[in-house]
Design a protein around this ligand. Sequence first.
Ligand code: ADP
Length: 323
Amino acid sequence: MKRIAVLTSGGDAPGMNVAIRAVVRTGLDKGWEVFGVRYGYTGLITDNMVPLGARDVGGIIHQGGTMLQSSRCPEFTTEEGRLKALRVLNQRDIDALVVIGGNGSQAGAHALSQMDYPVIGIASTIDNDLYGSEISIGVDTALNIALEAIDRLKVTASSHQRAFLVEVMGRDCGYIALMAGIAGGAETVLIPEVETDPETVAEELRHAYLRGKTHALVVVAEGARYNASHLARFFEEHYERLGFEMRVTVLGHTQRGGTPSAFDRLLATRLGATATDRLAKGKHGILMGLVKGEIVSTPLAEVVAKKKQLDPYLMSLAKVLAK
Ligand code: ADP
């Protein structure tokens, strides 16, 4: 092993920069050259990469986003696109690739490793929907941003007897919504995994009002069957049934741009460092993730084949805690 490349792909997550830094500096420490690929898989196909030295990754540890830029690259989902990428990697004599990203990015990493190219994935997505890591880079920061917003909204809501509905990120996975709901004290949480109709939400809020609550919180994942805009329309028409006046806030991309938390920085550092350690030992075709407090590797084939499930205990606990 002499030369490796690193890229960030798909949705950006706070802490990606920290992982890049760890890969670069631990790679250099092993005597390797490290290249940074710009714009994810697009940069791989178009041969857009730069050598990275220790100083090039200085001053980024506290910055969200990714210094290498990210992208969505439909061409990489085709064999033709991946062959172009493979050619670029071989022309540059790059021995292995580190892919920092979420579900789609790791599917890409797996596809490339099936073409006999050494790839290692690093779990990074604020959706936390990646099998092989209990928590991915960016989740903790995104969750804390959602919570801070919820706490602020709660203060104003209780002064006005209001219900407030907060839409958080999560296209296919309700992890952020469920955890923000539990940690933020939500009356109801709506997630993509469980269909909850607006009638049920209205009923739960009505009961909360009758139990004497001065405010009520609904947390909804963007990918839930009934998302914020749908529920807002419903509650406008059925205002009298709630007891509360409803206000809607969509947090959207504010959850992505935060300064990475201490947890995310340490996780990203450990994942990045272990990725180069595994490469040095000749291991690849795996995803680095956190399981039971340890950094472990899971075959990419397993990562793409299995779907991460939400803990059913936490789903029922959220309901009990809303009493
Ligand atoms: P994330 O990694 O955050 O889940 P996406 O789902 O948008 O983000 O995926 C990022 C990129 O990964 C896609 O634009 C595409 O280039 C690549 N990708 C996704 N799925 C596949 C696949 N099945 N095969 C090859 N590449 C893929």
